[in-house]
Design a binder for this molecule. Structure first.
Ligand code: GDP
Ligand code: MN
Length: 426
């Protein structure tokens, strides 16, 4: 669950991290009237997304008229896909430098990683790509509750090199407290960008990002209560476009690649329609491992998916549609392990998807897979009939019936054929 900036700043303030004085939150320009504002002030879009600065959602204002105008203009913005629901009005802090300080969780080790850079205020990913040495990545082994002095001093030394005049003790306290807040809130991400260095050397968190781990919200009720939230917020702001599409259709789906991943022409991007959640994780692992061992590391799994028990035919079709509409995907690997779910419903959904797409002239990707289990005889008979009726529509479908071959072999064959097919067609 992602917090709004003013909520994250409240958590940071409680943790002892210096933040700008808060004048108030307004949902309309009139809402600014009566707020105790000292000028110059910042008017900032409250939206569950980053990049507000670039989109014109962060403005410095000098007087009440300027504040009203900025609020009106910012409230009319959409940033990314998100409307601006309110504006935060707070102290404008004069600064000498803008640094970056963040803590996130390593997807490989699940340990916290501190990220620090003296080049803050900007897009830190872009800064890291352009100049990797400008960003320190410091993993914290064993995820202790409090930050040990060793890594703390490393981070402070790294930042201090390029922030002349910054108070080292203030930096050390901020790193320590941010780490404490990250652990204490069960956060996935805690980030200050920019961390402003004032002319007198103090530091202030001018922006705050805090993403709570949904799996730990049950024990973060006191925190939610302090923020005035009776219930966790089920916002969709962290979801990708296809994750929102899947949520609307009622099945679980996770993109494994960032949405703007550039396609590497040497790779094969593999979409997965597995049976259940366990099979979904197995398939991801299997595609990656088979790719490493036999295909020169060229196979990239694209998604996790889980239909839940007993999906409808329409839902099965939508699961395939989603991947076939997804530009980066080259091939779909599927497995229906019929337990609660029926192979018959599965194959009807898949065939409906393929026929509809052919008929509508939409992109049809090759599908390799296997079905086994409940209702297999009926499913097999249906598929044979369907092939006889519309051979053209089903030409890209290779589906093993029964368990003569293990799924790993089916995946390996499918990927090899898909690669060969693509290399042939250029
Ligand atoms: P984001 O673009 O959504 O990350 O929004 P930020 O809160 O980071 O604001 C964007 C930019 O506005 C920052 O990088 C700063 O340059 C500027 N900014 C934000 N807060 C302050 C402040 O208190 N004082 C000053 N002078 N500039 C600020
Ligand atoms: Mn920022």
């Amino acid at each position: 669950m992602r917090l709004y900036e003013h909520e994250a700043k409240q958590v940071f303030r409680e943790a002892g991290i210096p933040v700008p004085a808060r004048y108030g939150v307004a949902r309309s320009p009139e809402g600014l009237d009566g707020l105790p504002v000292a000028f110059p002030a910042m008017v900032k879009a409250l939206a569950l997304t980053g990049g507000r600065g670039k989109a014109g959602g962060v403005r410095q204002v000098r007087d009440p008229a300027g504040a009203r105008l900025a609020a009106a203009e910012i409230l009319a913005l959409r940033i990314g896909d998100w409307p601006v629901e309110a504006v935060l009005v707070e102290e404008a802090v004069p600064f000498s430098f803008a640094a970056y300080l963040g803590i996130t969780t390593s997807p490989e080790t699940f340990m916290p990683v501190i990220l620090a850079s003296s080049r803050g205020g900007v897009d830190i990913e872009a800064a890291a790509r352009a100049e990797p040495a400008a960003v320190l990545r410091r993993p914290i082994d064993d995820s202790p509750a409090e930050l040990p002095p060793g890594p703390r001093d490393e981070v402070v030394a790294f930042l201090s090199r390029d922030l002349p005049g910054a108070d080292a003790a203030a930096l050390a306290e901020t790193v320590t407290r941010l780490y404490h807040a990250f652990q204490n809130a069960d956060a996935k991400v805690a980030e200050i960008n920019p961390l402003l260095v004032l002319p007198d050397g103090r530091v202030v968190a001018a922006d705050a990002k805090l993403v709570l781990d949904d799996n730990a919200l049950f024990r973060q009720r006191p925190l939610l209560r302090r923020l005035g939230l009776a219930e966790p917020r089920h916002d969709a702001s962290e979801l990708t476009r296809d994750e929102r599409r899947a949520r609307a259709a009622g099945f679980k789906y996770v993109d494994l690649l960032p949405e703007d991943t550039p396609r590497d022409p040497g790779k094969l991007y593999v979409g997965l329609v597995p049976g259940g959640a366990g099979y979904g994780i197995f398939s991801i692992d299997e595609v990656a491992t088979i790719g490493e061992r036999f295909l020169g590391g060229r196979a990239v799994p694209v998604n996790f998916m889980d239909s839940g028990g007993g999906p409808s035919q329409g839902m099965v079709a939508e699961m395939f549609h989603l991947l076939m509409d997804k530009e980066i995907v080259d091939v779909v690997i599927t497995s229906r392990f019929g337990g609660i779910s029926s192979c018959d419903v599965f194959i009807r959904g898949l065939v409906a998807c393929l026929r509809d797409r052919r008929a509508a002239g939409r992109r049809v990707l090759p599908v390799y897979g296997r079905m086994v289990g409940t209702d297999l005889p009926g499913a097999r008979a249906f598929l044979e009939r369907a092939r006889a009726e519309t051979p053209e529509a089903l030409s890209g479908l290779e589906l093993e019936s029964g368990n003569r071959r293990i799924m790993a072999e089916v995946i390996r064959d499918g990927l090899a054929k898909a690669l060969a097919g693509r290399d042939r067609n250029g």
